[in-house]
Write a protein that binds this ligand. Structure first.
Ligand code: NAD
Length: 500
């Protein structure tokens, strides 16, 4: 049978990735079968410097291209992504282990953010403001910012680049991408797709979007460099803390999309059929490796036993295996370190009074495949407050709605949250100022699977950044307040007089 690595190599060739990328030290590995497509060259420190310099030069030209023209490049990018969707999605499956529909969904997300950004390129609206001085106009204008570094995680190996790049490009900013060292192949393929779009667009300066393959030292170099005014970093809270500190040290701007610890509150009036389906997808999809994965189920004690029994039954029959196969819903964890994290968290949960209800074991004879776990906890203990990037669902019960909301908020992370209820009082309270403290709050929808039209991101240790829709574009531009005097006087604001 063809190995995942062999299949990945042939897709890369078809997408136009040059053979010269091979022959370095960075290992590649498919989590599906552990096969390696070979070793890649990593960018050297000198190459990192050259890429940043090239990006700064590209900015000089790109900021002069009118925004709707810049949108035309992103439209072409969307076209190229549509043409390569099947190949790129397959590569996401091969390199990140996602099931087929999730691989396709990830590329679809790239296409949709391109569509969104094309419209946005004609809507980078500013304001006109009333001046207190006669014969004066005031306005607020958004200007291009400069090179944007995108540091991305393994679990959305291509969509995160697209969320950032599509907006940055229409905003007038070149992009430098440092993908996860665990998923460099999808990044190389995406870069090849971008190059095809850029080749069709006469106004694209060289170096508009560049790729730096390698480890965290490259991310550190980007975070430290004052030529990069915005660093958009997606990954663990530990990484975000390091990036935020480095960027703040030079008074730059960072956009952080970090870990989540997402909860669902199930109330007595909830539609349990819907809740079971929402829980299964959001707790188990992508093998629990989404930032928005459901990790905490807070269920009213009156409906807990019935709901738990249905979940255990659903977990028992989940099809686990090679994510390329039709019908499989659960592929592998990304690597052995992730399996260790899974097993360690389950051992800690047991020590902290947890009762394992289903799953929690490795699939024998396979690479990094596990059976997703449900653990009933006596309280929200230390292990529950920590994001373990694996399919573990902690279940806790409650009797008072306000206490449930307080429990949902009592973790360091603040990404996504939801309530299942038929009570308008509970739904609106959950969405009120004293309700969920997360960046995303849903009613009768699981916490996972956001649409690109909304601003995406979270509070507290999730980092506070917002990407994708709404006015997230403003992070990629600089705001300028402009005042024009078209009178023949020179009045000062606040009535100050200064005659010379
Ligand atoms: P990770 O933090 O290990 O790595 C992410 C990226 O940061 C990689 O490219 C890595 O090379 C780089 N990096 C690591 N340390 C760095 C440093 N000190 N300076 C600069 N760059 C550094 O994360 P991961 O294991 O790839 O991804 C899983 C994590 O990402 C989870 O915590 C998940 O919740 C989070 N995530 C968040 C979102 C979101 O939108 N909030 C989306 C996807 C993933």
């Amino acid at each position: 049978m063809t190995t995942a690595a062999d299949e990945a190599r042939s897709i890369l060739t078809r997408l136009g990735v040059a053979d010269g990328v091979w022959g370095g030290d960075l290992p590649t590995r498919s989590p599906i079968d552990g096969s390696s497509a070979g070793r890649l060259h990593e960018a050297t420190p000198d190459q990192v410097q050259a890429v940043i310099a090239r990006s700064a030069t590209a900015f000089q030209a790109w900021r002069r291209v009118p925004a709707p023209r810049r949108g035309e490049l992103v439209r072409l990018l969307g076209e190229e992504l549509r043409a390569s969707k099947a190949d790129l999605a397959r590569l996401v499956t091969l390199e990140a282990g996602k099931i087929v529909s999730e691989g396709l969904g990830e590329v679809q997300e790239m296409i949709e953010i391109c569509d969104f950004a094309v419209g946005l390129s004609r809507q980078l609206y500013g304001l006109t403001l009333a001046s207190e001085r006669p014969g004066h106009h005031m306005r607020e204008t958004w200007q291009p910012l400069g090179p944007v570094a995108v540091i991305s995680a393994f679990n959305f190996p291509v969509a995160v680049w697209a969320w950032n790049a599509a907006l940055a490009l229409v905003c007038g900013d070149p992009v430098i991408w440092k993908p996860s060292e665990k998923t460099p192949l999808t990044a190389l393929a995406t870069q090849a797709v971008f190059e095809r779009a850029a080749a069709r667009f006469a106004d694209a300066p060289p170096g508009l979007s560049q790729l730096l393959i390698g480890g965290k030292e490259i991310g550190e170099a980007l975070a430290a460099d004052p030529r990069v005014p915005l660093v958009s970093a997606t990954g663990s809270t530990r990484m975000g803390r390091a990036v935020a500190t480095a960027v703040a040290g030079r008074l730059g701007r960072s956009l952080l999309e970090l870990g989540g610890n997402n909860a669902m509150i199930v109330t007595p009036s909830a539609d349990l059929d819907m809740a079971v389906r929402a829980i299964a997808f959001s707790a188990v999809g992508t093998c629990g490796q989404r930032c928005t994965t459901l990790r905490r189920l807070l269920v009213h004690e009156d409906v807990a036993e019935g709901l738990i029994a249905r979940l255990v039954a659903a977990y028992d029959t989940l099809p686990i295996g090679d994510p390329r196969q039709e019908g499989v819903l659960l592929g592998p964890l990304i690597d052995e370190a992730a399996v260790d994290g899974f097993e360690t968290a389950l051992a800690q949960a047991a020590e902290q009074g947890g009762q394992l209800l289903v799953g929690g074991t490795r699939v024998e004879g396979a690479v990094s495949y596990v059976r997703p776990a449900i653990v009933r906890m006596p309280a929200q203990t230390a292990v529950v407050e920590h994001e373990t990037f694996a399919p573990i669902l902690y279940v806790m019960t409650w009797s008072d709605f306000d206490a449930a909301v307080a429990m949902q908020n009592a973790v360091p992370q603040g990404l996504s949250s939801c309530v299942f209820t038929d009570s308008v009082r509970e739904a609106e309270a959950f969405l009120s100022a004293w309700g969920s403290d997360c960046g995303i709050a849903n009613v009768n929808i699981g916490p996972s699977g956001a649409e690109i039209g909304g601003a995406f991101g979270g509070e507290k240790e999730t980092g506070g950044g917002r990407e994708s829709g709404s006015d997230a574009w403003k992070a990629y531009m600089r705001r300028q307040t402009q005042t024009v005097n078209f009178s023949r006087d020179l009045p000062l604001a606040q009535g100050v007089r200064f005659e010379v």
